[in-house]
Design a protein around this ligand. Structure first.
Ligand code: 13P
Ligand code: SF4
Length: 308
């Protein structure tokens, strides 16, 4: 991919500011290519959470969405955590609140609450263990057979984990509006256009799409599959930002997005290089979590991170 001189100048300025602040820049695979390129680590939710917990930088600049920056603040309370654009949220995370979860827990007193990392700190504080799409199957398998399971908030990911583990799971009625809009017709059309291509999808997709896929995984899992596969063409059923790393890691292979308009997460696209630079200059917007919420949410996140 070609980047113009203006982008290169901004990279230099951001790198200088980063050194002055002793900051680390973490970016999710769904970020804009020019933002991914200036980051110290580009990763999936699990990799980014691990790095946020381990970094020795003073400042963590999170190029992603609010719950990711919040997780960094929970894991590294002594660091300054910056989310360059305050409004960058997650529509799925907003589909559950701590109050609604408290009510549901009363209905299911024997249930272990497994909460997707795409959730607020307040919701994590009400949960037993966290998961990402990279470790959901492992986390569900770790729960004793005599326990009920409530999975929050992504019903598609929860249903996928239930099928993979053969466990009965109570599902919260949340979903990712980006992945959930995909239809069987979208798959049919894409396969007609690219009959040789393998279909790789994220487990946030609805079950009927997962059923049709050749491979289902988190963003890092999809990248690994594309790298290791001898196939040369792939239809990608996740947010389009991932195409940048796919193309970068696989020169000569071809990647087609399953649906051009649907697979864009507007929140993931809020962060631009000028916004990133400005946030390092001003050292804001900062993300913090109240102490009592932080302690409870940390238990939920730490149980996940302790599972190797
Ligand atoms: P992963 O990178 O963990 O697969 O997460 C996908 C996602 O939707 C993040 O918002
Ligand atoms: Fe949330 Fe979906 Fe956007 Fe990920 S892609 S941040 S789950 S709305």
């Amino acid at each position: 991919m070609h980047f113009d001189d203006n982008v290169k100048k901004l990279w230099e300025e951001i790198k200088e500011l980063k050194q002055e602040r002793n900051a680390v820049i973490l970016a999710h695979y769904y970020q804009k290519p020019e933002v991914q390129e200036v980051a110290d680590l580009v990763g999936d939710s699990l990799e980014l959470a691990r790095r946020a917990a381990e970094t020795d930088a003073d400042v963590i600049v999170f190029c992603g969405v609010h719950f990711m920056a919040e997780s960094a603040a929970i894991l590294s309370p002594d660091k300054t955590v910056i989310l360059p654009v305050e409004e960058a949220g997650c529509a799925m995370a907003d589909m559950v609140t701590a109050e609604l979860l408290q009510d549901k827990k009363k209905e299911l007193p024997n249930a272990v609450v497994v909460t997707y990392v795409n959730s607020s700190a307040a919701v994590k504080a009400e949960s037993d263990i966290c998961c990402t799409s990279a470790n959901v199957v492992k986390i569900i398998k770790s729960i004793p057979e005599d326990k009920d399971i409530l999975f929050v908030p992504d019903r598609n990911l929860g249903a996928y984990a239930a099928r993979k583990t053969n466990r009965k799971i109570e599902l919260w009625a949340g979903h990712c509006p980006v992945h959930h809009e995909l239809t069987v017709e979208d798959v049919t059309k894409a396969r007609e256009m690219h009959p040789q291509a393998k279909l790789l999808v994220h487990p946030e997709c609805p079950p009927e799409i997962i059923e049709l896929a050749d491979y289902v995984s988190s963003t890092s899992g999809l990248l690994r599959y594309a790298r290791e596969s001898s196939v040369e063409e792939f239809i990608i059923g996740t947010e389009e930002g991932i195409l940048h790393q796919l193309a970068k890691e696989n020169p000569g292979k071809h990647f087609y997005i399953l649906h051009k308009e649907k697979l864009i997460c507007p929140d993931m696209k809020y962060i631009t290089l000028p916004k990133l630079k400005e946030s390092l200059e001003k050292m804001e917007p900062q993300v913090t979590v109240p102490q009592d919420t932080r302690e409870k949410a940390l238990n939920c996140l730490q149980r996940m991170l302790d599972m190797k």
